[in-house]
Ligand binder design. Structure first.
Ligand code: ZN
Ligand code: ZN
Length: 155
């Protein structure tokens, strides 16, 4: 359930759990190519100020390209999420706050799912910590061994 009825929140935190298919329209335009469904866990609760606090985790695997050698690989993706949903107009400039319209009947966390996944995807990965990358001169993949460029062995 990614949409929580606020009446349920009166009794305490409500678990949010769900999964979205890798090709869900929600992910369109994000530049993220998921290899598996996105699994969402977490819980939503009312704060003392009357806002809604969502602490969650998004998990999947994504097709990515190494930022050094451009090799394509599949990377496990886990995104911790802490988001506030609020009707308070004073908080609307805060990028971690998702606006709600009064009167609030339910809180739909999918807007935060899209946003948080986009933020996580902006970090370009490496295929491995010590990836040697490509030779800037000949473009050879230096993970396969040194190329024939003069001075290349100095790497
Ligand atoms: Zn690499
Ligand atoms: Zn080279």
């Amino acid at each position: 359930m990614l949409r929580v009825d606020v009446r349920e929140l009166r009794h305490g935190p409500v678990a949010t759990a769900g999964s979205l298919p890798a090709a869900d329209p929600l992910f369109e335009g994000l530049g993220v190519a998921l290899a598996e469904p996105l699994v969402i866990s977490g819980s939503l609760e009312t704060t003392a100020r009357g806002d809604y606090f969502w602490k969650a985790q998004l998990a999947s695997r994504a097709h990515v390209a190494c930022r050094r050698c451009l090799k394509k690989f599949v990377l496990p993706v886990t995104v911790p999420v802490e988001a506030v949903f609020s009707t308070n107009p004073d908080l609307q400039d805060d990028p971690s706050v998702y606006p709600l319209m009064e009167p609030v009947a339910s809180v739909d966390v999918t807007a935060a799912v899209r946003e948080e996944l986009a933020l996580a995807a902006a970090a370009y990965p490496l295929c491995r910590e010590d990836c040697a990358g490509l030779c800037p001169r000949c473009g050879a993949d230096l993970n396969q061994g040194p190329c024939d460029c003069p001075g290349a062995k100095a790497h």
